[in-house]
Write a protein that binds this ligand. Structure first.
Ligand SMILES: [Zn+2]
Length: 151
């Protein structure tokens, strides 16, 4: 089982570690994460996320995360266009990351489903880091102002 892990790949939870997790902890995680997600959904939908970016406050430049609070708030309010223009990177990387996270959650909480771990190749990790860096630089250049957080 453990031999499935290949060099140069990343996996969130290895199968050996997964088997060591106590049932009470699986129950706790299985109940707490959805409860937290529901509470966060309710809070963000009606109150929104009013975060201040320290990087932006200090430098006047946008970081890769600038606008993500507005994007999540807009997304939960059903305003997909607003969310897209607030932080496009959230869609490019956030949605696949959320899919992997949900898969790993199901694998952790329901081991009898027999879900295999998600192997993330090293090139994909490098591609994501490259995207984040490129997005960070480009959204601060006036010619690419469409990448800056709107709203
Ligand atoms: Zn920022």
């Amino acid at each position: 089982m453990e031999n499935r892990f290949r060099a140069g790949q990343r996996v969130m939870i290895r199968e050996k570690k997964l088997k060591e997790i106590k049932p009470w902890l699986r129950w706790c995680i299985g109940l707490c994460l959805p409860l937290l997600a529901i509470l966060a959904f309710i809070y963000i939908k009606w109150v929104g996320i009013g975060m201040i970016c320290l990087f932006y406050e200090l430098t006047g430049l946008y970081c890769p995360g600038c606008g993500s609070g507005r994007a999540v708030t807009a997304l939960l309010q059903g305003k997909v266009g607003t969310a897209f223009s607030a932080n496009i990177l959230l869609f490019l990387l956030g949605i696949p990351s959320a899919a992997v996270f949900i898969h790993e959650y199901l694998r952790l909480v329901f081991p009898k489903l027999g879900l295999r771990p998600v192997y993330i190749p090293q090139w994909a990790v490098r591609l994501c880091l490259g995207l984040i860096l490129a997005f960070w630089v480009l959204r601060n250049i006036p010619a690419f102002s469409f990448l800056a957080p709107a709203g």
